[in-house]
Every structure is written in structure tokens, then in C-alpha cells.
Design a binder for this molecule. Structure first.
Ligand SMILES: *Cc1c(COP(=O)(O)O)cnc(C)c1O
Length: 351
């Protein structure tokens, strides 16, 4: 039970006392010189967890995706990705600016490119046409509400890309949520793709940091790009120490967040004027649609819900004019979830 129930994002998780302790004690060195033992330990752990040869610690998920896009591609190439993907929508067009690549967004039904869509998007060899340099996937899918694609779906997409000699990057910011939800080994998801980024700073509770995993050759190139974008972080072991604990101790408990998200989704779905596609609540994200008569009233009702919840010490985030996103995480327990449900119930009782 917490004073404030903060459902705006799982990035709001605070480091555990154990993490603070480990950060204070961390053995460190200059990571740009390859001399930070704690960063090396984290990178080795991450690579092993995903079954990849090597890994590189980066400041954020955005930086992880950026260095991956740039390390995989050449200027002028095209990157095929989902229209609703985080890379296309929320990463300030970094790949386009730093990597000089052209983004090729494809509208998908569930946020996941199908093998046919990838096949259709890969460019033929022709003097007029840009070459396809990379395919990007996202798992779990943020804008689609934390939905998961299976290792088999990933493998089917990767097979098509690889047949055309195009590498595949997975934005696995919440990959461990997918692995826990589907009860699969993270290596099953990472196996078919060439690189994966995952965040330590979301449900895993570390204060910051992400890791990019892939072949030793790819990670070597990614390390150079990381340096170029200012991500060479010197005694980064101070924060990597929290990342080690995040990987070690915080993965299995993600299941609790999924239980809380489902409880919230099922309760909210029964309330007047609110709807949730409960099927999509596979992990820790709940997307709530607000509908009260016409559009103007619905938009106003959404704003009133956000304000009304805040007045009840429940923080929620409007991701659209008539959409609210709630994200469960380690700092929201079952009691907090009940308080959030109660807030929604009170605020919609006279609708
Ligand atoms: C959060 C997120 C990122 C970016 O991570 P930051 O650490 O916030 O830069 C990338 N992809 C997805 C799907 C995310 O949810």
C-alpha cells in the first residue's frame, strides 16, 4: 500500500533499497576503456539471459534502439517497422537523423508485422529503389497495450527477412513481461532475431539503463555508435549494479503486475462509459477507452477522470483525447489496484 497509486508508467518505479545498497558498493572502472567490472557483469548476464554472444549497456531504451538501427544499416537504406511502434512514434526520428535511414511504417492489426507484410515491404533490387536495411519488431507492444507476440511468430517474420538477407531488431523494452506472461524462456524470443534491446528501467525497477544484445560483431559496431551519440558512460557500474539486481531479482515478480493489470481491466470494463479490450491485457498495461455520448463530452469526461483520480491520489495518464493508459508495476500492489478501481467506480457512478 502506497500513499499515491501511480499508474502513469512503469518507468516511475523507484530503485529498491537493495539496489541503492549495491550501487553504493559497486566495483567500478572506466567503461569506455573496457574496465568497469560491474558493467561487464551486467552485459554478460544480459547476453546469457537472451542467449546472445554479447551485450552493451546503454543509457535508455531509445539509445538502445538508435544504436541498433545505426549499427545494422547504411545511409539511405529503409527500415521496415509497425506504424504504431515506439521507434517510429516516440524516438524523435533518431534513426533518420543519426543513421540517415528512411523509415517505412506499415499499418498492422495487432502491432506485429506478419510474414506476408514483411515480404511485401522488402524492396526488390532496382536502381531507383532504396534497399531494405532492417526490420524492427516490438515486444511487448506499447501502444497496443502490452500485447505479446510469440517466439513462433517472431521466427516466422525473421525467416522472411533473413531469406532476403535483411537483419531483424527487436525493441524488447518489456521483453521480460512477454516471457513471464507467455511462460517462455527469453531466449526463445531473442533466438530468431539479430539484436534485442530491453529496458532495466521499467518493470524491472532499475533507476535507468537498457541493454542491447546480439552477436559479438554487431555489439562491437553498436558500441562505436554508442560512443558517437555520447553514450560512453565511464564509471557506469554505479548504475549497472542496480541493473544486475533488476535482472537477478525482479523478473519473476512481473507476474504480480500482470495479475493486478488484469484485475483492474476486468473491473473497469464493467463500469459505464469505460471500455477495455480485456483480451489485450496480457501483461502490465491497460488501455481504457472513454465514451460518453458525443466526442466533445467524451474528451471532457476523460479529462475529468484524470483529474478526479488525481484528487483521489491515483495518477493515470491520458494517451489520447479519449484514452487512458494504466500501467502496473512493483510500486503498485493489490491494495493499490483496489484503490484505483474504487476511484474509477466512484467517478463513473453517476454517468
Ligand atoms: C519505453 C520504451 C522504449 C524507450 O525506452 P526509454 O528508456 O524510455 O528511452 C522503447 N520501446 C518501447 C516499446 C518502450 O515502451
Amino acid at each position: 500500500m502506497h500513499d499515491i497509486v501511480d499508474l502513469r508508467s512503469d518507468t516511475l518505479t523507484l530503485p529498491t533499497p537493495e539496489m541503492r545498497e549495491a550501487m553504493a558498493r559497486a566495483e567500478v572502472g572506466d567503461d569506455v576503456w573496457g574496465e568497469d567490472p560491474t558493467v561487464q557483469r551486467l552485459e554478460a548476464m544480459a547476453a546469457a539471459r537472451l542467449g546472445k554472444e554479447a551485450a552493451v549497456f546503454v543509457a535508455s531504451g531509445t539509445m538502445g534502439n538508435l544504436v541498433s538501427v545505426v549499427a545494422h544499416t547504411q545511409a539511405g537504406q529503409e527500415v521496415v517497422l509497425d506504424l504504431d511502434s515506439h521507434i517510429y512514434n516516440y524516438e524523435v526520428a533518431g534513426g533518420t537523423i543519426v543513421g540517415n535511414v528512411q523509415m517505412r511504417p506499415v499499418q498492422t492489426e495487432r502491432g506485429f508485422l506478419t510474414p506476408d507484410q514483411v515480404q511485401e515491404s522488402i524492396r526488390p533490387s532496382n536502381i531507383h529503389i532504396p534497399q531494405t536495411g532492417l526490420v524492427c519488431l516490438e515486444n511487448t507492444h506499447n501502444r497496443h497495450g502490452g500485447t505479446c507476440c510469440t517466439p513462433e511468430e517472431i521466427a516466422a517474420v525473421a525467416a522472411v527477412a533473413h531469406a532476403a538477407r535483411v537483419p531483424v531488431h527487436m525493441d524488447g523494452a518489456r521483453l521480460f513481461n512477454a516471457a513471464v506472461a507467455l511462460k517462455r524462456d527469453p531466449r526463445d524470443f531473442a533466438g530468431p532475431v539479430d539484436s534485442v534491446t530491453f529496458c532495466l528501467s521499467k518493470g524491472l525497477g532499475a533507476p535507468l539503463g537498457s541493454v542491447v544484445c546480439g552477436s559479438a560483431d554487431f555489439v562491437g559496431r553498436a558500441r562505436r555508435v554508442r560512443k558517437m551519440v555520447g553514450g560512453g558512460m565511464r564509471q557506469a557500474g554505479v548504475v549497472a549494479a542496480a541493473g544486475v539486481l533488476a535482472l537477478d531479482r525482479m523478473v519473476d515478480r512481473l507476474a504480480e503486475d500482470h495479475v493486478n493489470a488484469r484485475a483492474l481491466a476486468e473491473a473497469v470494463a464493467t463500469l459505464p462509459g469505460l471500455s477495455v479490450d480485456v483480451e489485450t491485457v496480457q501483461t502490465n498495461i491497460v488501455i481504457i477507452r472513454v465514451s460518453r455520448g458525443d466526442r466533445a463530452r467524451s474528451v471532457q469526461a476523460t479529462q475529468e477522470l484524470v483529474a478526479g483520480c488525481a484528487a483521489r491520489k491515483v495518477k493515470i495518464h491520458a494517451t489520447g483525447p479519449m484514452a487512458i493508459r494504466c500501467v502496473t508495476h512493483k510500486d503498485v500492489d493489490a491494495e493499490d489496484t483496489r484503490r484505483a478501481i474504487e476511484a474509477f467506480r466512484e467517478l463513473t457512478s453517476r454517468w
